[in-house]
Write a protein that binds this ligand. Sequence first.
Ligand code: RB5
Length: 142
Amino acid sequence: MKIAAGADHAGYELKDVLVKLLRDQGHEVEDLGTNAAGSVDYPDYGHAVAERVTSGAAERGLLVCGTGVGMAISANRHKGVRAVNPSDVFTAKMSRNHNDANVLALGARVVGVGLASEILNSWLAAPFEGGRHQNRVAKIER
Ligand code: RB5
């Protein structure tokens, strides 16, 4: 799967771990940075990843900041992006099953590497169930 990834200074270390995990699994990951501890602004990365998803260059987006909140808010300004900010595996899975979420925003100050990896793997593996949920997702976009 083609995945665009981005993070701010609070999230880049976790992002780097998750990018490696994804590449080891065979995913094609475009890492849009940041890649250092210097302070940056999360919307720059949230918007960049969202644009890769809306353009079709990436099927999914992965964002990491301190909480994941700022990244999710930024990404959700883009029509067609459904960004979620889960801190548990159940919510991550359901965001795929029912909401067809296409961007995952994680909080590096909220979840550790182990839980973040579980959330990411569950989110990527879970299918959108369609059916009655398709109409609801369409209503989000209208
Ligand atoms: C940076 O200090 C922090 O505000 C940012 O990473 C994020 O948590 C914002 O939502």
